[in-house]
Design a protein around this ligand. Structure first.
Ligand code: BTN
Length: 240
């Protein structure tokens, strides 16, 4: 029998057997005035979306969820919520892992298990709402990616949803009260290649430098070999 998640009272869970994209569904609800913490959970997505126009493949047993948030914040501050989601993911997975694995966050917000992607986050926003979409490889993964099951975790998607939503709520309350600083330091704790030389690939430029951290809006802070500091808002990062 499928596990029935128990969510904190703030949440209103909408469970669907199948949907195009939980993000698209949650965006429709946002535009229809649904309240904060409305959460769409689908067992299958037929048009799952990744970042930068990528497809997010639907593998049976994995978690596909989107949480509607209505922060009283600027657009730049809202971008911090993807780092909040990444920390919530890392903490949830750490708690649920049965076998040891290196848990890392790759900028901007991929969750890696032993260097392989196991979860992703897609934030979409308009003026008065943010949809936090999260996909977790619970039971299986596309080629080259990892799942929780690879590390002995037999949990169902609903169990991951329950723990993850609780973490998101706790961190969201912390963010509202204390701002980005505590979230950023927790994110840096898990950051892959912090302090190392990394390669940054942007649409029109590729360069290398030392990964110093992330700034107030989550931009990557890099020190180039000539000692200059650069902040990168969008792109992909790679080792060395
Ligand atoms: C990425 O490219 O890493 C982001 C992947 C985000 C996937 C999740 S699955 C639930 C939600 N609905 C979507 O269509 N995408 C996000």
């Amino acid at each position: 029998m499928t596990y029935k998640p128990q969510l904190a009272p703030a949440f209103n869970l909408i469970e669907l057997p199948s949907v195009g994209s939980t993000n698209d569904h949650a965006k429709q609800l946002a535009r229809s005035g649904y309240p904060a913490f409305t959460t769409v959970w689908a067992h299958e997505q037929t048009a799952g979306k990744g970042r930068q126009g990528n497809v997010w493949t639907s593998v049976s047993g994995n978690l596909y969820m989107s949480i509607l948030l209505r922060p009283a914040a600027t657009a730049a501050q809202n971008g911090q919520l993807s780092f909040l989601a990444a920390v919530a993911l890392a903490e949830t997975v750490k708690e649920m892992m049965s076998k040891p694995a290196q848990i890392a966050l790759k900028w901007p917000n991929d969750l890696l298990l032993n260097g392989k992607k196991a979860a992703g986050i897609l934030l979409e926003a308009e003026e008065d709402w943010v949809v936090m979409g999260i996909g977790v490889n619970v039971a299986g993964a596309p080629d080259g990616a990892a799942s929780l099951k690879d590390f002995g975790t037999e949990a169902e998607a609903g169990q991951v949803l329950e723990k993850l939503s609780a973490r998101v709520k706790d961190l969201y309350d912390l963010w509202v009260k204390s701002g980005f600083a505590p979230i950023r330091s927790q994110w840096l704790h898990y950051a892959q290649n912090l302090g190392m030389t990394i390669q940054v690939r942007m649409p029109n430029e590729t360069f290398s430098g030392k990964f110093l951290g992330i700034d107030d809006v989550g931009a990557l802070e890099i020190e180039t070999p000539d000692g200059a500091k650069r902040a990168v808002c969008s792109g992909e990062v790679f080792a060395g």
